[in-house]
Design a protein around this ligand. Structure first.
Ligand SMILES: Nc1ncnc2c1ncn2[C@@H]1O[C@H](COP(=O)(O)OP(=O)(O)OP(=O)(O)O)[C@@H](O)[C@H]1O
Length: 265
């Protein structure tokens, strides 16, 4: 049985995290502590700074202020060994089109220190689970969007990481695959893995997250379970809570304006 929340190890923390892109202050001092086995739904309007936060935590973004800690260590000074404990599905990714799926997964496994045989075997077995056995030796350039996304998901999990960053991971997946992936996420969290899940698909975030963190105007505007946010905001769905917390009520007016402009001759 899982230990009560406060006894779990702190896997990820931010203290006064800031990011200034040449005078544009995108993150204004984020403070957050995430414990092992938690699924964090990280949401916010377009341009709020979600990907920036994830890039900082992955060690891909320089020039930030404050402190980011993973597995208890400041990522500025901890070296790069922590990266082997992390998996990442980016919002958009360059996959090596000329490689076959098998070659790509062996390559990624190698980057995480796996030997070829082990990466090949695990990659092949995971492809099979996603119904992709027939295309293991096809070039990625011939893959559909959803098929590529499945390969990206597999490559993020190949080395059995402890901490996962998913940025819009369901992009292109069909309804059956979404169902499978949601189950996978829940099971990974049950095994103690920590998941930082960034998405705009509110009904999925609402269902899978143990805790929802809303980034708005460079700050954490809400942080709690869906039930807590619902009680605090007196709204039914996460989509409605999102609209309320971001002060957005003009959707009908904007749609009217938009269509009138489209119809202008
Ligand atoms: N490399 C960069 N240089 C300058 N500005 C940047 C850079 N990357 C992001 N920004 C700016 O920082 C802000 C936050 O961008 P970010 O991509 O982190 O947002 P996001 O919350 O992930 O958005 P979305 O939901 O649209 O993916 C935006 O205003 C963006 O223009």
């Amino acid at each position: 049985m899982r230990k009560i929340e406060t006894e779990q190890e702190v896997i990820l923390s931010m203290e006064e995290l800031t990011m200034d892109y040449s005078g544009q202050l995108v993150l204004k001092g984020l403070n957050l502590e995430v414990r092992s086995g938690q699924i964090i739904g990280y949401i916010g309007p377009n341009g709020a700074g979600k990907s920036t936060t994830v890039r900082i935590l992955l060690g891909l973004q320089q020039g930030y202020g404050g402190t980011a800690r993973l597995f208890g260590k400041d990522i500025r000074t901890s070296g790069i060994s922590y990266k082997s404990r992390i998996g990442y599905v980016p919002e958009t990714a360059e996959v090596y089109d000329m490689l076959t799926a098998r070659e790509y997964l062996v390559f990624v496994g190698g980057c995480y220190g796996m030997d070829d045989q082990r990466a090949e075997r695990k990659g092949r077995l995971l492809m099979e689970q996603f119904g992709l056995s027939d295309v293991v030796d096809s070039r990625l350039s011939s893959f559909s969007k959803g098929m590529r996304q499945k390969v990206l998901i597999i490559s993020s999990l190949l080395h059995n990481p402890d901490l996962l960053f998913f940025d819009e991971p369901l992009s292109g997946l069909d309804a059956n695959s979404v169902l499978v992936f949601k189950e996978i996420i829940a099971k990974l969290a049950d095994q103690g893995k920590t998941i930082f899940y960034s998405s705009h698909i509110m009904d999925i975030v609402e269902k899978i997250s143990h805790r929802i963190v809303l980034l708005y105007d460079g700050q954490i505007a809400a942080d709690g379970t869906f039930e807590e946010l619902k009680t605090q905001n007196k709204e039914g769905s996460l989509e409605e809570i999102f609209n309320q917390l971001t002060g957005f009520h003009q959707h009908a007016q904007i749609a009217d304006n938009f269509v009138s402009i489209v119809e202008e001759v």
